[in-house]
Design a protein around this ligand. Sequence first.
Ligand code: ZN
Length: 72
Amino acid sequence: MERKVFQLGDIVQMKKPHPCGSNEMEIIRMGMDIRIKCVGCKHSVLVPRAKFEKNMKKVLRSVESEIQPASE
Ligand SMILES: [Zn+2]
């Protein structure tokens, strides 16, 4: 089984889309539990890491592989 690599700030795609229609989630907190925020409706949910790994389909955009110039 392929190991899923993800990190804080990544945009991930879940197996089941959010009720709002968007299936893009941003990882906004990492720990024992992972907090993800729906890109579509900005609703955030806290899910246990094991459940997150099971429900996560793939990483759409990684902060590391795609460094965007910050304007701050
Ligand atoms: Zn949503």
